[in-house]
Design a binder for this molecule. Structure first.
Ligand code: GDP
Ligand code: IMO
Ligand code: MG
Length: 432
């Protein structure tokens, strides 16, 4: 089946980058469709580490085309740095490997200043990544955004920037107490970025339609996770885009009938970075153990990630809103060494047992997790390459998760390296 969407089904950082890099071997085109440089996708290949914020995780594989779709908010400074660093490390030698949508929105310096300024002044900050994501999507929806294609047209860009600064400067200066921006240097900087990005800028929707018509395999790489989705997540503690699989269509310019399969990526426990409710959070030594063993520090901001037990209620919700047909289970190896493991199977809210994830942050804040306990294991899992090679307790944990989630595991990851993985099923061989 040619089109597979890979999405996170928790609060992000599930290991989407690793899974996409693996599946990219079987794909021809890899597409980002939402989010921006708030994402941090880590790949470890032959002991070398790569972190991508905007470029799809297929870029290390030669002869694969990587697309930044119209639904992404592109910070040109970050993108050009990623391109530079890849070239320096011997990748992306052929510019035709990367395509950037002319219709993608540009993250401007004032978006980043507004994002940071608001967070700094708020009594209840969201804990954003400070990458300007919310303000950039606001401008897109307000129809005052700058699009990547505009960076190639000086007069169009000048007009749009003039109008933008008329609103942004008073807001920056009088509301946020920051410095305003001057038109001319900003225009010059943006035109310079446009010139550098020119070889990559195309109509990516048309490109994808042609590739799909030729029967090429397309892999869509989600950023963030369903619980950070602006509609389906723990609003307002969410990001500013739809992170669910349905948005692969809008964010790449293809139709819903083109999507054949949705693979959810799920960590064997839960993490969250930034503010917001997290019912299974462990604010104790076990949480610290998971953070240290799992290297749970933000790939974008370096912040320590909050860690907790697996939450089957939250993941079942994420599976539903994504139409998830299969799951990739990651970081099972991190759980090694814990005597007992807990799995949240329901919540208690106002004295009642509920199995549905509530809508919005306010109710979730009041939810108490209801746990079942299972045996842990002591063995290192990183060398294991099949379910049968796992210690019995790890196998039982995987089987119990699958029972609670009702969706099969397609692959299991037991380490950060490409090879530290085993497949149970092939997502590209599946239909709807
Ligand atoms: P993403 O944002 O979903 O791509 O995830 P991140 O890259 O932000 O975080 C996942 C982290 O876990 C990265 O450092 C990966 O290298 C690492 N990782 C991925 N899968 C595994 C695994 O199965 N075991 C271990 N120990 N690390 C993993
Ligand atoms: P990947 O793709 C984890 C979180 C931020 C904050 C909230 C809003 O690596 O999984 P934003 O900057 O988007 O306005 O911040 O969303 N967040 C992420 N958390 N992984 C991510 O991306 C995230 N992108 C944003 O920490 O809580
Ligand atoms: Mg990440």
């Amino acid at each position: 089946m040619p089109c597979v969407v890979v999405v996170g089904v928790q609060w992000g950082d599930e290991g989407k980058g690793k899974v996409v890099d693996l599946l990219a071997e079987e794909a021809d085109v890899i597409v980002r469709f939402q989010g921006g440089s708030n994402a941090g996708h880590t790949l470890v290949v032959g002991g070398e580490k790569f972190v991508f914020h905007l470029i799809p995780s297929g870029i290390l594989r030669p002869n694969k085309r990587c697309v930044i779709g119209n639904g992404v908010v592109v910070d040109p400074e970050v993108l050009l740095e990623e391109i530079r660093s890849l070239k320096e490390r011997g990748y992306l030698q052929d510019d035709s490997q990367l395509l950037v949508s002319e219709a993608a929105q540009v993250v401007m310096p004032y978006h980043k200043a507004i994002d940071k300024g608001r967070e700094g002044r708020s009594s209840k900050p969201l804990g954003t990544t400070g990458r300007g994501i919310g303000p950039a999507y606001e401008d897109k929806v307000s129809r005052v955004g700058i699009r990547v294609g505009d960076l190639l047209h000086e007069e169009v860009l000048r007009g749009k920037l003039e109008r933008a600064l008329e609103e942004k400067n008073p807001y920056l200066v009088h509301v946020l107490g920051q410095r305003g921006l001057d038109l001319d240097p900003l225009l010059e900087e943006m035109l310079r970025y446009g010139e550098s990005l020119r070889p990559y800028i195309v109509n990516t929707s048309r490109f994808l339609a042609e590739e799909i018509a030729r029967g090429r395999r397309v892999l869509f790489e989600g950023a963030q996770g369903a619980l950070l989705d602006v509609d389906h997540g723990t609003y307002p503690y969410v990001t500013s885009s739809n992170t669910v699989a349905g948005n692969a269509c809008c964010g790449a310019g293809i139709g819903p009938t083109q999507i054949d399969f949705v693979l959810g990526v799920v960590k064997a426990y839960t993490t969250r970075v930034g503010g917001g409710p997290f019912p299974t959070e462990l604010r104790n030594g076990t949480g610290d153990y998971l953070r240290e063993r799992g290297g749970e520090y933000g790939a974008t901001t370096g912040r320590p990630r909050r860690c907790g037990w697996f939450d089957a209620v939250a993941v079942r919700h994420a599976i539903r809103v994504n139409g998830t047909g299969g799951l990739a289970l990651t970081k099972l190896d991190t759980l090694t060494g814990l005597d007992r493991l807990r799995i949240c199977t329901a919540y208690r809210l106002h004295g009642e047992l509920i199995e549905e994830f509530p809508s919005g942050a306010e109710l979730l804040e009041r939810c108490e997790p209801v746990y079942e306990e299972v045996e842990g294991w002591k063995e290192d899992l990183t060398g294991r390459r099949s379910l049968l090679e796992l210690p019995a307790a790890a196998r039982n944990y995987v089987e119990r998760l699958q029972e609670l989630l009702g969706v099969p595991f397609y692959l299991i990851s037991v380490g950060a390296e490409r090879e530290e993985t085993f497949f149970l099923k092939d997502p590209f061989s599946e239909g709807r």
